[in-house]
Design a binder for this molecule. Sequence first.
Ligand code: GTP
Ligand code: MG
Length: 340
Amino acid sequence: RNSKRQIECRRDIDRLNARFLGIYESLIPPDEEKVKQKQLVTLLKKLVIKEWPEAELYIYGSCGNSFGVSKSDIDVCLAIEDLDVNKSEVLLKLADILQSDNLQNVQALTRARVPIVKLMDPVTGISCDICINNLLAVVNTKLLRDYAKIDARLRQLAFIVKHWAKSRGVNETYRGTLSSYAYVLMCIHFLQQRKPAILPCLQLVPCQGMEITYAVTVDNVECAYFDQVEKLSSFGSRNKESIAQLVWAFFNYWAYWHDYANDVLSVRTGSVLSKRGKDWTRRIGNDRHLICIEDPFETSHDLGRVVDKFSIRVLREEFERAAEIMQYDPDPCVTLFEPY
Ligand code: GTP
Ligand code: MG
């Protein structure tokens, strides 16, 4: 079943395309929701500034990277410059402050892998996680948002893929499947690889008229790329592929063409790197490197590290199922998203 094969495109691709666009539209958060999110963040800022006048609050994750569907939780990062701060103490203090302002279900999770304060806004029902000094996440959120501005097909594809992953139960890192962040990187990389390319490689500069226009160093990691993406708005226009074709090709790639044994997907270089070159050929600690996705900034970080020998099978079977459905199912827009 894993043998490489070429599959012909479907004849009803135009009808399918309209259906996928409809699903995409239905997942986009309405403007009122965006307004409510902003109001909550403004309230949080007000509360935080009272206690830590020098601090900043940043939105990261799906509400900031433009890949968030309706009813997503908000991920917020509290940036405090003081290097001596004890994260647990700050989180407990923060939880205290929020609790006394009538926010609900306030919980400080100081022992989690990423320590956070969780809360819910009783007015809007929006939930929010606040972490401390996770600035790399803020920067990669901007990178994803910038990629999304270049070609509308990225956001369309990523919404469909995330919706599929959530419906099929393969967007659960604690169970060994991939994060939303990993799926969006897979989509970006996939569109960088199309012929002709739909997305450029923003970090591979100077090249194609791009140079470094944004550079920050965070936790000793240099993050630099071309961020004047409004200049790239016609980059993908030579490629006429529709969203249905791209969804079809995306699942085909992950079902039948990706070389799981040797390849590392790299958005940073816009290419495929070798596992050998990164020394990701064997298990080290809990990192098994069975599917390899390089973080665009923390290049030693494999977003596939959570995948184990059981969940890799689940994932690959789901990719194959999706590819088969895209090829043969009379109603892929229903079957693809059937609950598992
Ligand atoms: P939703 O599933 O819609 O909430 O998407 P999301 O993008 O908010 O979810 P996710 O929890 O995957 O990621 C939150 C943010 O954390 C990402 O956008 C990244 O900015 C950041 N992040 C950085 N490194 C990692 C990582 O190794 N794993 C995850 N999950 N997130 C990371
Ligand atoms: Mg999130």
